[in-house]
Write a protein that binds this ligand. Sequence first.
Ligand code: PAF
Length: 299
Amino acid sequence: MTIQVFRTVRELRQWRRSLPFEDSLGFVPTMGALHDGHISLVSKCLEENDHTVVSIFVNPSQFAPNEDLNSYPRTFPQDLERLQEIMVNGHGVDAIFAPTVPEMYPSGITLQVEEQKGAFVSVLGLSEQLEGKTRPNFFRGVATVVTKLFNAVGCDKAYFGQKDIQQTVVLKRMVRDLLMPVEIVVLPIVREDSGLAMSSRNTYLSAGLRSKSSDIYLALNKGKEQYHKGGDRDSILKAVLDTLTDDSFQVDYVSLADPVELQEVVGSVDKTTGAILSIAVYVKEDGRTTRLIDNVILQ
Ligand code: PAF
């Protein structure tokens, strides 16, 4: 299966215009280093749409100056090979959009937010808590690049993983508030056999730590058990924290929040709305620290 690779918005739009008007176009935005989680999004996209575009772009504006923009895994040849192998109902990915940084940021981009120039998108009220506390400009970077990608691709539906659950809440609000004609589809977390949520950053971990990090999912499940036993916020969070006692782990946050406004639950979970039990953990070995996130939905 030959996939067209477009590096410029102009080429991508030209191809988009050549598609029959009534055909549906699905889109899977990624930063590459594709794993089975991404593949599940692409497969669903192929199943639900006449055409599929996957983007591969490591977006500078969602990285802080102290984060891993330079070392983030870039594996384009392997990504292309994996995408070429996926076929659903006899059709595969039509196009990859893999632009350069200047193509996506015509006004330039620096990681120093105070020095940035040009247009950016912020989703206020949902970007400051949870991930936003440790990564204050992360969702501004995500909302900005996803807006640009939607403008470039012209998709009907876009596919995201539940692992980055706050990202999905932010993007659903963005398309609603900015009247974007795109449906956001969220698919379940794909896990390694151990239970660890798949992430491109898992490649930073040794085999031993990777296997130990499955305790993060175990901890969330302990919290979920408490919820099903009728436990309140305190007992749910305690069950999670009591499971993560190993010295390799430093918990950044554990949160029990409502699924729409991402406000922390006080007392007991309202069963009609449910809640998101989410966590961020620094896992450490040999002087290297990797931050992992995971979540489960309580309903
Ligand atoms: O989830 C990701 O990989 C990224 O945040 C996204 C949505 C591709 C934007 O850069």
